[in-house]
Design a protein around this ligand. Structure first.
Ligand code: F6P
Length: 355
């Protein structure tokens, strides 16, 4: 361990996600075991700017892993995007002798972590977002719980729609990503799943529903990703009624899906990520995000992860790839292809088995 690490900070930022507390616990315990003290930064990067710091001991985190939300609170901080805000954050780190930070959150959180790293405060990112929209990692902390919460809600909606012979259109969170929608659509036997990643064939949905109803089927579920917009998802209810004669209702679980008891998968991925983050930070590594790639916990450079995200979303800007080697660009392209294949394969299965 490099001598300079005597105290590290941990923060959660962006939309909260079940499992963040398990990550906080893992970071705290792993660091204290290495003789490093830990402080919690309250309310994400705003807490760093406004000097909201509290000590964290093992006893403070002993019972938090089973709880949803984040004991350190969270926000989306605009001030931190500007140099003045970052300098205030750095001043807080200096005041409290914070030698490094583990930042738990999504892509905005990692942008902040990289900004601090290049200004001399080593940071490591741990993924925490229900959306699973970080291209560098196969899973994110909170994704599994969110899917299971949608599943529980969808099962209840199936009960009532079966009684009333209705169709439920469920719009699920995920920002612009369709991971939660496609996975829960399959698990809920949705007759249709509409996501941003693949064009949705409405005529085919109505045809399938009409055939199933003619065959005696009473209830239907359609899952829509929020990224398609309220106009699309709410409008689909009337379109279903007009084109099938089947009564339909709209349900938006929204933030319900962000809360709740984290699943085993989320707690354990959070714990492994937090542990790895501390190990690497104390070994002198910084500016990386902890990822799960093919079931292995691996660090990835944040700048690689952020540009990979842009590539996947088709938002690359001129010069974005200049700093990367041809091998790295190839690796990015391979990961993007893997993600696209995942959606194509899933879509095929959903349509192949749904009724
Ligand atoms: O990123 C997590 C997420 O829950 C998205 O799924 C959603 O689009 C967004 O945050 C909602 O943000 P807010 O909690 O600020 O309304």
């Amino acid at each position: 361990m490099e001598k300079k690490f005597r105290k590290i900070g941990v923060l959660t930022s962006g939309g909260d996600a079940p499992g963040m507390n398990a990550a906080i616990k893992a970071v705290t315990c792993a660091a204290i075991d290495k003789g490093v003290s830990v402080v919690g930064i309250l309310g994400g990067y705003s807490g760093l700017i406004n000097d909201k710091i509290r000590p964290l001991n093992k006893i403070d985190v002993a019972d938090i892993a089973s709880k949803g939300g984040t004991m350190l609170y969270s926000d989306r901080c605009d001030e931190f995007k500007y140099e003045a805000g970052m300098q205030k954050a750095i001043a807080t780190c200096k005041k409290h002798n914070i030698d490094g930070i583990v930042a738990i959150g999504g892509d905005g959180t990692f942008r902040g972590a990289t900004d601090l790293s290049i200004r001399g405060i080593p940071c490591i990112g741990v993924s925490g977002t229900i959306d699973n929209d970080i291209t560098a990692t196969d899973i994110t902390v909170g994704y599994d719980t969110a899917m299971n919460t949608v599943l529980a809600i969808g099962d209840r909606l199936r009960d009532t729609s079966e009684s009333h012979a209705r169709c439920m259109v469920i719009e699920v969170m995920g920002r612009h990503a369709g991971y939660i929608a496609i996975e829960t659509g399959l698990a809920l036997n949705a007759i249709g799943v509409a996501i941003n990643e693949i064009p949705f064939d409405k005529a085919n949905l109505f045809k399938k529903m009409n055939e199933a109803r003619a065959n005696g089927q009473r209830s239907f579920i359609v899952v829509v990703a929020e990224g398609l917009g309220a106009e699309f998802s709410e409008g689909l209810v009337k379109e279903i009624e007009d084109n099938t004669g089947i009564e339909a209702r709209f349900v938006r679980p929204a933030h319900i899906v962000r809360g709740g008891i984290p699943t085993l998968a989320d707690r354990n991925f959070a714990s492994k990520s937090g542990y790895k983050a501390v190990q690497l930070l104390l070994d002198g590594v910084s500016d990386v995000v902890i990822c799960s790639r093919h079931d292995e916990i691996v660090p990835m450079e944040i700048k690689f992860a952020l540009i990979l995200d842009r590539m996947y979303k088709g938002k690359l800007k001129d010069g974005d790839l200049d700093k990367f080697t041809p091998e790295q660009i190839k690796e990015m392209e391979a990961i993007c292809a893997e993600r696209r294949k995942y959606f194509t394969d899933m879509y095929e299965v959903v349509n192949g088995v749904s009724c």
